[in-house]
Structure formats: C-alpha cells, structure tokens
Design a protein around this ligand. Structure first.
Ligand code: SF4
Length: 623
C-alpha cells in the first residue's frame, strides 16, 4: 500500500522517550487514517476506567493517505482521544497545514502518551524529536504563543498550541493552529493541557510514496477544474459558511436565546452579507483548498466593560457560521463586529466557540430565570444581547474563576451542580453542547444529533438539508439518510481531506475514490469504503459501551427543551417532534444498524462487519 510511511510516532511525555511504531499494511488498509485509525487505537489502548485527563489517556493525531498530496483540500487531520467533555469517545477535526506537515516529516500518525512533569514544547523536525521546557509560554494566549514559536523556530514549522483554557483543563478547550484553525468541541485542548503540552511544532522534508503519480496528476487536475466549474463555487466561496445564516433563519433552524426559538429577528446584522460588506479583509484556506472558506476579518467597536466604555479592534479568522449561530443568535448579539470580537477572545483563550456560545447562553438564561443569582455571577448584571456579558463569561470559564469554574465543565455537569430548573436550559446530547442547527422542525437533523458518536455535533450527519428537501413532516427514510450520511462523512476524515467541496459544491464522490486509489494503489471500492465507515461507527459506539457503565438508549435522547417546548416564533412556530416520532426514528435507526433496542451493537452485527475484537473484549458487558 502506498500513500503511507508505515510509521507512527509515539512520544511519551511522562518519561521523555519516543519511538517509531511500524504496523502492517493490513492495519492501514482496514482503518486508513484520521479518525478511523485513531478510533481503533484509542479503543484498544485506553482502559475503560481511564480518567480522560489522566496519564492513561492518549492524544492521537493523524491525517490520512491523501494528506499533503496534490488533490483538492488535502489539509485535514483528526485528533482522537477519550473526551473529557463527555467521558466517551471523542475526535476533532482540524484544517490548516499541520496534517500534511506530519506526513512530510515521515509519519502517518502521532500519539502523545503520559504526562510531562513541567509545561513542555515538542519539536518534530523530520527524524529529530525534542521535548523542551515551555514555562515561558504557559499562561499565554494562543495567538501570542504561536507567534513566539514561529519567530523562534521559523515560519516553515507548522504549530499547534493551547491557550489558558486548555492549561486550566476546561472541558471545552480547543487546540489552535495557523492563527485561527481549531480542533474543538470535545475538549482535545484539555487533554493536551493535562499532558502539560503547551505546543507542538512539525517540519518535514520527506516524500510521500504514490502508487500512480501520472494518474494522480490527471485525476486531481480534473477534480480541481470540477470545483471551479460548479455553480456553488461563485455562490458559496465569497462568504464561506457565514452564507448559511440567512438560509438557517428562513427555514426556522437558527438557535436563538439559548435555543428557546429558531429565528433571530436581528440576523441581518450578523449574516454573511454583514461579514462581507463590513469586516472581511481576505480569504484564507487550508492546504490545497480550491474554495477557501476561512474569512479573515478586521472588526472594531466599543462596549461597556463592567460599566466603563472600552474599545476593541481585532483581526480574526471568521466568524464562520457556527460562531455566528451560537455566539451571535444564541446569545443575541446585534452586530457582526461583536461576534468577531467574541470569536477572537475565545480563540485566544483556547475555547470552542460552539460549546462556548451554548454555555454562555445557558448561563444567561439561568440568570434571566433567577436560577443563578447576582452573587453567583460575581455581582455582574448578565443579559442576552450584551457583549460585555459574553466576554465576561468567556474569561471566567477559561480561567475557571467564580461561576466559570462550574461552567467550564460543560452544560450537562454545570446543570447538575447548579440544580433547580437549570437542566431544562442545558442543550446537549451525551454531554456535548448542540451545534448551530435546530432540530425541532427537522427530524433527520434531530436524529443525527441524538446518534452522533461524539455527542450533539452537526458534522457527523448534516441531515437538515434532507429534512427540507423531502418535507419536515416526513419520518420515513430519515433514519436511512442519517445512517448513509454517517457513513459517507468519515470517508473524508479517514482520507485526510475536507468534505465541503462535496457538501457545498457537489463535487462527485467518484473523484475521491479514484484519487485514493491512485495514491494507495489499493483499488478500494465504494462498498469497501462504506464498510470501513460502518466499522468506525460501531467501534466508537463500543468505546461508549466499554467506558460508560449505564450507556444505552437514554444517552441518545435529546435535551428536554427539544422534546417539551414548541418553537414559539418564526417560520417553525408551533413545531416540535413528538416523543412517539422520536422513538420511532430511534427504533428504525437501531434496526438499520443491527443494534438492540437499547442501542447496543449485537454480537452478530459486530461479527458481520469484522469487529471480532469488540465481541471478545473482556472489558465489555456480555454481548
Ligand atoms: S473549504 Fe474551508 S475547511 Fe475545507 S479545506 Fe477549504 S478552507 Fe479548509
């Protein structure tokens, strides 16, 4: 098999050693790379009772066989770990250039093990591996840290860093790279912080072995040309994901006021047009990306900080749609400049803007409903629509100060600690805060959140477009569509490339299989790729079964607000999905997957797809 080096670099931060592990080709053929390879390794290596922030957890990082190869958007890579945010399986995707650089350094994957005795920096320069003290960086924001390291090591190093949130083991902490690309959601930054790893830097000069270079060149030229010809290229690229804001509002799917409603009357102040006309400076893309969705913006304004007038002026990559939805609509900020400022502050602190926005809105609603008192919030008046409130909460969370220490655990744990009615305002599934598409008027999207293997994340199956295409009242076929999307999407993460050219432009999937085969020489069929995806989805499910003693159907249930409250305003007014329909969707989904009615994969299903290691795992319940 080509496209790989057959080398996995393992760095033990506990004893300062490193080694290169060689796995056979069958392993690569079976799991490819990214979250496929990572899911298999964390399943095998992380013990069931391991503390996600303890020495037994590992932090896996890899692109895939296409990383760094000449083909559209081959700059994506995945971190995989036991999530401190949920206690279950976790992975997180990142763009930029660091995935390809690892491949150029001669490694298919990188694994951090153990815990360093002091803040550390790891340098990977081809075969030279160095672990250095990083006390001088500890406490610094992500932007300053990356800038210092670029100056010290050189511009040609690709660098990943954490901010104060990761250092303080905040469970929604990100890893940041390339001054604005994040691996977010499931707390990978906290895992890096728990290992006292402030940053790692990679530079490489190795070739990537390619099975059929001439064919690859032809196929990739065709795929790039295909992207440029698609109608979506002219329509979608100028605003990137921010362009989705109008669509989400017009379809009653835009989280507003902590998901109380799904339409934000002020959306024109924070939408893609506002970004393009008022703050956009230039586009920024990941490695080999033909459709750069990163929008570099410059925003300025004033706000009252603790009662005093203060100015802000920031340059930031973004805001992209999810930040606009969860920081903008969900906290009801009025202008794109305000959203950009929060985006900058959260990026610098190393906080995920999706979970960060949901947690801030949760706290604001708790204050509004009298569940949190002024005394508990440090004497401040906190309210929706107030930039100062969102900035204040972000800083408290990242530094674990005051109420921020409770909120830093995520909305699920925070609600358990705060008590009263706060559980009703905690919008999450499996402990992960929900992304920026409402599901009460979109049954397939709701099911996608319920069954996403990392918690309520949109990127496992962006099924809302299907809901709108076939009708929001239709239930038949929706579970099938969610399973199908949950199988197509990992395909990109396993190869190491971006899926947006397929999702947004409609670039044909055949391009990807042809390119993968030109690189690897493996002759993968589409059916074989989908079987790999199915195995990934089942091994991650089994990770939950192994690590969470009471794991089952109740973990797939949406938060109370989604089930009990009708949408009060906007195009989805009066809508919610009945409990009967949710159960019907879940039953159908489990049936399609070959899982029992508690959502546990059956031994028969595991054997059928070749996951014998899960059936035979002594740590599992009796299957
Ligand atoms: S579309 Fe966006 S996320 Fe995907 S590779 Fe291009 S810049 Fe990166």
């Amino acid at each position: 098999m080509k496209g790989i080096h057959q080398k996995i670099l393992r760095i033990n931060l506990g004893n300062g050693s490193h080694r290169v592990e060689k796995r056979d080709e069958a392993f690569y053929r079976a799991w490819l790379g990214g979250r496929g390879m990572g899911a298999k390794i964390v399943y095998d290596e992380v013990p069931a009772n391991a503390d996600p922030l303890g020495p037994e957890n590992i932090l896996f990082f890899a692109g895939g066989p296409l990383s760094g190869v000449y083909a559209p958007a081959t700059g994506k890579a995945s971190f995989v770990t036991k999530s401190p945010a949920t206690g279950g399986y976790g992975d997180s995707n990142i763009g930029g250039h660091i995935g390809p650089e690892l491949k150029y350094a001669g490694y298919d994957a990188l694994i951090f093990e153990g815990i360093a005795s002091e803040p550390s920096l790891v340098i990977i320069d081809d075969g030279r591996i160095e672990i250095k003290p990083a006390d001088y960086l500890w406490g610094k924001g992500t932007f300053e840290t990356e800038k210092i390291l670029k100056n010290e090591l050189g511009e040609d190093f690709q660098i990943a860093v954490i901010g104060p949130a990761g250092e303080n083991l905040v469970k929604i902490a990100c890893i940041q790279h390339d001054f604005g690309r994040q691996a977010g959601r499931i707390g990978v930054g906290a895992v890096m912080g728990s290992k006292k790893l402030k940053a790692f830097a990679i530079r490489g000069t190795q070739d990537i072995p390619i099975a059929d270079p001439e064919n690859l060149l032809e196929l990739s030229k065709k795929a790039f040309a295909g992207c440029f010809k698609k109608p979506g290229f002219e329509e979608w690229t100028p605003m990137g994901t921010a362009g989705v804001t109008n669509w989400a509002n017009e379809n009653g799917a835009f989280p507003t006021h902590n998901f109380r409603t799904t339409y934000f009357p002020g959306y024109k102040g924070i939408n893609g047009e506002a970004l393009k006309e008022r703050i956009l400076k230039t586009d920024k893309g990941c490695f080999a990306c033909p459709t750069p969705c990163g929008k570099y913006s410059s925003a300025a304004g004033t706000f009252k900080r603790g009662g005093r007038e203060e100015k802000f002026e920031v340059m930031v990559e973004g805001p992209e749609y999810e930040t606009i939805a969860l920081v903008g609509g969900n906290c009801e900020l009025a202008t794109i400049e305000e959203v950009a400022f929060v985006n900058y502050v959260m990026d610098d602190l190393g906080l995920d803007t999706i979970s960060g926005g949901v947690i801030a809105a949760f706290a604001l609603e708790c204050v509004e409903k009298g569940v949190l008192t002024k005394e508990q919030t440090g004497g401040r008046d906190l309210r929706f629509g107030d930039l100062d409130s969102v900035i204040y909460l972000s800083e408290l969370i990242a530094r674990r100060q005051g109420i921020g220490d409770i909120l830093a655990e995520g909305v699920k744990s925070a609600a358990e600690k705060i008590g009263k009615d706060s559980g009703h305002y905690a919008i999450h599934t499996k402990g992960l805060e929900q992304s920026g598409y409402e599901g009460r008027n979109a049954p397939a999207m709701m099911l996608a959140y319920m069954t996403a293997d990392v918690g309520a994340h949109h990127n496992r199956a962006w099924a809302i477009a299907y809901d709108i295409a076939v009708g929001v009242d239709v239930m038949e076929g929706k579970a099938e569509r969610v399973v199908e999307l949950q199988h197509i999407r990992p395909f990109f993460d396993l190869m190491g490339c971006c899926r947006l050219q397929w999702v947004e432009l409609g670039l044909e999937l055949e391009h990807y299989t042809d390119i993968l085969n030109a690189v690897t020489g493996c002759g993968y069929t589409w059916e074989e790729m989908m079987l790999i995806s199915e195995k990934v989805y089942n091994i991650t499910r089994m990770f939950w079964v192994k690590h969470v003693p009471d794991f089952g159907r109740s973990w797939d249930w949406p938060p109370p607000r989604m089930v009990e409250e009708e949408v009060p305003t906007g195009p989805s007014k009066g809508r919610k999905i009945s409990v009967e329909n949710l159960n019907w969707l879940l039953d159908r989904y489990y049936q399609l997957r070959g899982w029992d009615n508690n959502g546990i994969p059956t031994a028969e299903q595991l054997r059928k797809i070749g996951l014998h290691e899960c059936v035979n795992d002594p740590g599992l319940r009796n299957l």
